[in-house]
Design a protein around this ligand. Structure first.
Ligand code: GLU
Length: 369
């Protein structure tokens, strides 16, 4: 999918694009970015912006150093900075006749199906009203267990929920290189990746993880989510003025192309869960049954790990601990510990109440190819 044909585009911008090394806000850059957005909007593209910068702008306002900030303090700073961030967007975008709105998300808003559908509907209504949603993590209340912690994965989950065609990660590097470009002069920029997993086996992933302000790791995780959910993703250097025009004209960036996916929206949501709460290790018999499109029964489960509730996302691993599928559990981890290895007809007797017989129903499961 070419950027110009994208109907819904999510664009993530990192703090380093909004604030320079001297802690000055890059107003000229933001204005050139708004100009680009205006061009995309004039072609009827629907745009969502995911912007970092709450903490960075909060620190500027309070004249404190971002380093060494403890979580509770950074939550307060994010609360101060988020309003600065939105003021900056609103003042700049207004000059380009663009309306913006704010959406703050926590991990649970995308990991719980009902909440993710609510979020999707809000995005759609904002598109209808001709507003551009500007998203950030709700840093003020997100504690470490319920935190994305990075806007790369948050942006990929937003792209998946809204069924976006393209996710643009604007960073301070040109894209993904085969080696760390800061160390190796002969490092090559990879222009296009069709099969990410295959590619990751070929490159020195440790080396490439260490460049770019937020690191490559979260960007690659975001690319995996996009690939599974049928969304093209691009990592591009956002430091130029008019960064989107630059991608369209020069294409000096890395594109991750999605797999053709036959999964429906709900299954795409299941496979791209960010924080599965636990794992079920299954035997070979169950693995074979799952391969044949059957549900997972208690009899085939060998071990449970993690603590989870009914309805939570879990990973299904084979005997060799290799992730084989993902799904939503119909039982809590506590219940599964009581019924694993048991025949379905005995579940009611063991638990003392009537329940489903499948631990993970086939409709709630996606196999990983
Ligand atoms: N949500 C954080 C902020 O606005 C940034 C997270 C990130 O940069 O990935 O300051």
């Amino acid at each position: 999918m070419l950027l110009k044909d994208s109907k819904i585009t999510v664009i993530k911008i990192g703090s380093s694009l909004l604030v320079d090394d001297n802690k000055k806000i890059k107003k000229k850059w933001l204005s050139s970015f708004a100009e680009d957005i205006q061009k995309l909007k004039s072609k009827n593209q629907k745009i969502i912006i995911v912007s970092s910068g709450a903490i960075a702008l909060g620190c500027i306002k309070m004249n404190i150093n971002k380093k060494n900030l403890k979580l509770d303090k950074s939550q307060a700073i994010a609360s101060i900075g988020q309003i600065e961030l939105m003021n900056l967007f609103s003042q700049t975008f207004e000059k380009h006749q663009l309306n913006i709105s704010q959406i703050l998300l926590t991990l649970e808003d995308t990991e719980e199906r009902r909440r993710s559908l609510n979020a999707k509907r809000t995005f759609e209504n904002l598109f209808d009203l001709n507003f551009i949603p500007v998203v950030n993590e709700n840093d003020t209340i997100a504690t470490s267990e319920i935190k994305y912690g990075d806007n790369d994965r948050l942006a990929s989950r937003v792209a998946q929920i809204t069924n976006a065609d393209t996710l643009i990660l604007l960073s301070d590097v040109n894209g993904l290189y085969n080696k760390n470009p800061k160390i190796h002069k002969d490092a090559k920029l990879i222009k296009k990746i069709n099969d990410l997993n295959k590619y990751l086996k070929k490159i020195d992933i440790k080396g490439v993880n260490e460049y770019g302000s937020g690191g490559m790791h979260t960007k690659i995780e975001a690319a995996k989510i996009c690939q599974l959910s049928g969304c093209s993703m691009v990592i591009a250097n956002g430091l130029h003025l008019n960064p989107i025009t630059e991608i369209i004209k020069k294409n000096n960036c890395t594109w991750f192309l999605p797999k053709v996916s036959k999964l429906d929206a709900r299954k795409k949501w299941i496979i791209s869960s960010i924080s599965p709460k636990g794992e079920l290790i299954i035997d070979d018999g169950a693995k074979k049954a799952l391969k044949n499109g059957k549900s997972l029964l208690a009899a085939g489960i060998k071990k449970v790990s993690g603590k989870f509730k009914k309805g939570d996302h879990i990973k299904i691993l084979d005997k060799k601990n290799k992730e084989f599928a993902r799904g939503l559990s119909s039982f809590s981890s506590e219940e599964i510990n009581k019924i694993l290895g048991q025949h379905s007809k005995d579940i009611e007797r063991i638990l003392g109440y009537i329940s489903k017989s499948e631990v993970v129903h086939k409709d709630d499961m996606v196999k990983i190819k």
